[in-house]
Design a protein around this ligand. Structure first.
Ligand code: ATP
Ligand code: MG
Length: 502
């Protein structure tokens, strides 16, 4: 091990020599002795000792405390005072030079050794600490993430350059201010200001993260989307010393996200378009081939065609034309509503009468199938709604109820007008095949059909149309269904369409 190099400063030459001898015996190297402050400074600068033993009283004008402070100004070397005076005044003055120890005269070699080793250790620790602090400061100052630190009262104690750039607050202006002034957050979706994360950390004593879509309000009032985390600085377990907030600019990422969302939407629309074209052409092909084959059969049989057969073929042709017409209407409706042209034209009507008429019409067109029982639970059923849209809603739902139920089952169609909440509630309940749970959330997607209807014809547009009509009335639709048991569709519509009633 290398020997530690020590400078001994002592006004009594004999004492200096004795100390030097003791040090040598203890295994240290004495690089020189000095009896005055001036000489001590010169020897220290020249010999660069690793430790200085400094008497308080020296020859000449300068005492040991002044000499020590001048040496410390120029060299990073620990100084240990040797003194016969342990009085308060001396100790206080010596303190200003940040001494690394005191040895009170007379002392033994052992006292000296302990003081030197502790002094050296303290110095090494202090240097490590300083280096760590410098490294940390460099890191904080050069990192691209913004950092703000506060004390346990939420008062700003540190702002790194990235945080200065992002918040618009210079560290010099921010220091000593409450962090809520420097670091204000707003929820981008609800436009409400958010609780300061520092306050939350101080309360909850744990790391917290910001929600998505949070923006920072900068000093000049502009907004920057940010992500952040805030962590408590713990002095010891359970005791918070302050909070450090690390945050970063998400503007670019947010823009990329928005772009990605737009692209995704466009891809979806394109996919939907292709699906639309292929499904619609497919749906047209079936009735067209029915028409074609029926016409061929009529031609083929010519004179031999019986009246009965003729009726059957014409009926087939008629129902194929009807289904093509229905499909055409659905497609036109979808086109209109996709182009944002679906308008609600409400007029005053009596819902009970409307439903009864609709049902009579419906059963004439669809004479076969389950029986539909209508019930009205209210005396007053006047409303202001768009009749055509209502017709779309109920014919589609009734069609489904009939289509997906056995011909023997009953279908319940009921109406309740809630005059307090000013809503009409319609329920269409069947005891048909029901809808598997996994399919229920996707029923309002265009062309989506549940997994249990393969053999039953349909396009998967009916419910999309129903939903659009319900939304045009600012109403709601809900489904309660169980596969194999049946389905209930509940529609709630405001009794008075708001735009109409002045
Ligand atoms: P269309 O466009 O001709 O009406 P569709 O009946 O298949 O075809 P939607 O009315 O949109 O389409 O219904 C979507 C899907 O929801 C159906 O395919 C069916 O799986 C399911 N569904 C709707 N109503 C019922 C019901 N009452 N009972 C069981 N399943 C139903
Ligand atoms: Mg349908």
């Amino acid at each position: 091990m290398e020997q530690v190099r020590i400078l001994v400063v002592e006004d009594e030459v004999i004492v200096a020599r004795t100390i030097a001898n003791q040090l040598n015996q203890l295994g240290y190297t004495v690089i020189g002795t000095a009896s005055s402050g001036q000489v001590a400074i010169a020897k220290a600068l020249e010999g660069k000792p690793e430790l200085v033993l400094m008497d308080v009283i020296l020859k000449g004008e300068m005492d040991g405390i002044t000499a020590a402070s001048q040496i410390r100004e120029q060299l990073d070397v620990p100084v240990i005072f040797l003194t016969a005076y342990g009085d308060d005044n001396t100790v206080q003055r010596a303190k200003t030079t940040q001494p690394f120890g005191y040895v009170i005269k007379p002392f033994t070699p052992k006292d000296l050794r302990i003081a030197i080793e502790i002094g050296l250790l303290k110095h090494a620790l202090e240097r490590d600490l300083r280096e760590n602090r410098d490294r940390l400061a460099t890191l904080l100052n050069s990192m691209s993430d913004a950092v703000i630190a506060t004390n346990e009262q939420g008062i700003v104690t540190f702002v790194n350059p990235a945080a200065e750039a992002l918040t618009g607050w210079k560290q010099a202006d921010a220091l000593g201010k409450d962090v809520s002034k420097i670091f204000q957050l707003v929820d981008e979706v609800t436009e409400t200001s958010l609780e300061n994360p520092v306050a939350k950390v101080l309360r909850e004593r744990q790391v917290i993260y910001l929600n998505d879509f949070t923006s920072l309000i900068t000093k000049n009032g502009s907004r920057v989307p940010i992500g952040d985390s805030a962590s408590p600085i713990m002095r010891q377990p359970g005791q918070i010393n302050g909070v450090v907030v690390v945050f970063w600019d998400l503007s670019e990422r947010r823009q990329a996200q928005l772009l990605e969302q737009a692209l995704h939407k466009e891809r979806e629309v394109n996919q939907l378009k292709s699906l639309f074209i292929s499904t619609v052409s497919h749906e047209f092909r079936n009735p067209l081939s029915v028409i074609q084959s029926s016409v061929e059969l009529i031609e083929l049989q010519g004179e031999n065609l019986t009246i009965e057969k003729r009726k059957t073929y014409l009926k087939r042709i008629n129902s194929a034309v009807q289904s093509m017409k229905q499909l055409m209407e659905d497609v036109l409706f979808m086109g209109k509503s996709d182009a944002g042209k679906l308008e609600c034209h409400p007029s005053f009507l009596n819902l009970q009468e409307f439903c009864q008429e609709l049902l009579a019409e419906f059963t004439t067109i669809n004479p076969r199938g389950a029986e539909i029982i209508f019930k009205c639970h209210s005396d007053r059923t006047e409303a202001c709604m768009d009749e055509q849209l209502l017709r779309y809603i109920f014919t589609n739902l009734l069609n489904n109820a009939v289509k997906y139920s056995p011909a023997s089952g009953n279908i319940l169609f009921d109406l309740t007008c809630d005059l307090i909440d000013k809503v009409a509630i319609f329920r269409i309940q069947d005891h048909g095949i029901g809808i598997p749970e996994a399919d229920q959330t996707r029923l309002f997607e265009s062309f989506y059909r549940a997994s249990n209807v393969q053999s039953i014809p349909g396009t998967g547009l009916g419910l999309v149309i129903v939903k659009k009509c319900v939304e045009a009335h600012q109403g709601q639709i809900s489904i309660n269904s169980q596969a194999g048991v049946g389905s209930t569709f509940t529609i709630t519509l405001p009794l008075n369409y708001p735009n109409k009633i002045k």
